[in-house]
Design a protein. Structure first.
Length: 246
């Protein structure tokens, strides 16, 4: 499938500084996840939407068992040189994903590409099937309310404007317990750094810097870091069906 064939090249075009920030962001998210994971000898992790392999690499550093799923054959093949990756859509997950066999199911910047909230429910419900009881589902999504119309300008495949309320409703309908909802900007900035990014975002114009630098990607990447809120939903699959709360 050609959709997102250029994703790796675009990400690498942001330069080494932005790539290092992205690696830090991923490590920060894994720290948040690790605090809620069940205490097991080896975490079995499934990622839906593999990106450029940041989550896979972070899992390897921690000694976690990783399997990826992606709809894009080129991205799956590239990461598949180093990690087990299956090609397929969700829902349904590929046959190689065994139900109730994962301690952690992770999906980052996929939900907003789904057709609508109903599709979002079907997607989340399918991911839940792969989780062991008491396992974690972690979704990372942009807060469309922080971007406004830029939500659609940021990526031509954006379809479902994700926010804390509508995504929470979907996760609760799936019978999940939302244990943490983390809001950050940039490379996992929370607290005071988050507030500084918000202030800087009020004054930053990516169009001005595109004209000055005669570059497109870097000024827009900086804009995303300063202006875009990211939401991390850390949810648990109850051992007993129907036990859900915020």
């Amino acid at each position: 499938m050609p959709l997102y064939d250029r994703y790796s090249e675009v990400m690498k075009g942001h330069g080494p500084f932005v790539q290092r920030l992205e690696e830090k962001r991923q490590e920060r998210i894994l720290d948040w996840i690790a605090a809620s994971l069940p205490r097991v000898e080896s975490v079995a992790a499934l990622e839906v939407g593999v990106g450029i392999g940041l989550f896979a690499a972070a899992c390897r550093k921690r000694g976690w068992k990783y399997i990826g799923v992606d709809r894009n054959e080129k991205m799956a093949h590239t990461l598949g040189r180093d990690f087990p990756v299956l090609v397929g859509e969700a829902p349904p997950l590929p046959d190689g994903v065994v139900p109730e066999s994962f301690d952690l199911v992770y999906s980052s910047f996929v939900f907003e590409h789904l057709a609508d909230g109903t599709h979002g429910f079907q997607f989340a419900h399918e991911l839940c099937k792969a989780l062991k009881p008491e396992g974690l589902l972690v979704l990372v999504v942009p807060d469309a309310l922080s971007l406004g119309l830029e939500f659609w300008n940021l990526d031509y495949t954006h379809r479902y404007p994700t926010a804390d309320r509508n995504v929470s409703q979907i996760l609760l309908e799936c019978g999940l317990r939302i244990e943490r909802l983390i809001r950050y900007r940039g490379a996992g900035w929370t607290g005071f750094p988050y507030l500084l990014a918000r202030v800087a975002g009020w004054f930053y114009s990516y169009r001005l810097w595109q004209a000055v630098l005669r570059k497109t990607e870097l000024p827009y990447s900086v804009y995303q870091y300063l202006k875009q809120d990211i939401l991390v939903f850390v949810c648990r699959k109850p051992a007993v069906r129907g036990e859900n709360h915020v």
